[in-house]
Design a protein around this ligand. Structure first.
Ligand code: A2P
Length: 330
């Protein structure tokens, strides 16, 4: 399996695994960097970029050897630069390798809820009139400034991308979405690849718990309440008999199959773990034979297609193409 892919900018990106949503404290991130991870997938909303910055320093790994991604948070669509500046300061770096628009949705902050604003009735405070083209224009300016070496998007479905395509001058390098055998997103992958956009897989193992656990210390309880994620109890993918059968054939854990599946189909993979032994285990990527790739690509067709991880605020937004088609339990 390849260890690197080439972005439409000409730069290379580690195929994976990348260290997604690095943990709250510096320690596991230092551990991951020392174990060999070279891609840190960060975001302002993870509220841990200061700790990640410290971890980079502590690890002793030179900045230029690490591929650092971060994402502009939803309340910054009118001023993407502000999101980037906070991220650069917290990470203690002077450029990013990749900067993504976290969601194709603008939230309107207020004084007491600067990051995760909600309306009095509990719905998210969304600016429905916001034009994503205006966000992307700012991303293009930032790209030109050299502060970020590539720009891309996250959680964008085909309808959103089709709209953006009419006016983009810089083609996104990446679209980071939920991807695993229960949500292979074949159509989105084909659409993106035909335009030179690579996909990144989040939740490649099928998350087993609330995504926001890492933020509990920093997010007010009232906000956490509305940030409930619709998650699967247990680990359906790790327990799937078809996936287990393939894992047995290669004598590897099911997680290795799920991680290698993405790299073998040309997708950058971003598993997350806070457990030292799994951080290490997840570094292993193997070649998967074509016949087994065919099985993995078709597993969702047996009535198993499911999104395992979806912020509730996505489903609170009551307009037609939301949840984004790529996010829907099709
Ligand atoms: P933990 O953090 O305790 O290791 P995803 O990347 O799909 O969101 O999955 C993350 C979840 O999968 C976490 O709950 C993580 O638990 C668990 N996990 C990570 N790596 C492995 C592994 N190699 N085997 C089993 N479970 C894993």
């Amino acid at each position: 399996a390849p260890s690197k892919f080439t972005l439409n900018t000409g730069a290379t990106i580690p195929a994976g695994p990348g260290r997604r949503r690095p943990a709250r404290s510096a320690r596991p991130v230092v551990h991951a960097l020392k174990a060999g991870y070279r891609h840190l997938d960060c975001a302002l909303i993870y509220q841990n970029e200061e700790e990640v910055g410290d971890a980079i320093k502590q690890s002793g790994v030179p900045r230029e050897e690490i591929f650092i991604t971060s994402k502009a948070w939803n309340v910054f669509h009118h001023n993407v630069q502000e999101s980037l500046e906070k991220t650069l300061k917290d990470l203690q770096v002077d450029y990013l390798d990749l900067f993504l628009v976290h969601w194709p949705v603008r939230l309107v902050a207020n004084g007491s809820q600067p990051l995760l604003p909600v309306n009095p009735n509990g719905t998210r405070s969304v600016d429905y009139s916001w034009n994503q083209e205006d966000t992307w224009r700012q991303m293009e300016e930032i790209y030109k400034s050299g502060k970020v070496k590539a720009i891309g998007v996250s959680n964008w479905s085909i309808p959103y991308l089709e709209r953006l395509e009419k006016s983009w001058k810089v083609v996104p390098a990446i679209n980071q979405v939920e991807l695993h055998p229960y949500l292979p997103q074949h159509k989105l992958k084909e659409w993106c690849e035909s335009r030179g956009i690579l996909l990144e897989a989040y939740c490649p193992l099928g998350s087993t718990g609330p995504c926001c656990l890492h933020m509990q210390h920093h997010v007010p309880r009232s906000d956490l309440f509305t940030l409930t994620y619709l998650t699967y109890p247990g680990a359906p993918l790790l327990e799937d008999t078809e996936i287990q059968a393939i894992a047995a054939k290669y004598a590897v854990p099911p997680a290795t199959i799920l991680i290698s599946y993405q790299v073998n189909r040309g997708v950058i993979v971003l598993p997350k773990s806070v457990t030292a032994s799994r951080i290490e285990q997840n570094l292993k990527v193997i070649d998967i034979k074509e016949e087994d790739m065919k099985t993995l690509e078709a597993i969702a067709e047996n009535g198993k297609q499911k999104r395992v991880n979806m912020p509730k605020w996505g489903s609170d937004l009551g307009f037609d193409d939301w949840p984004l088609p790529s996010c829907r339990n099709e």
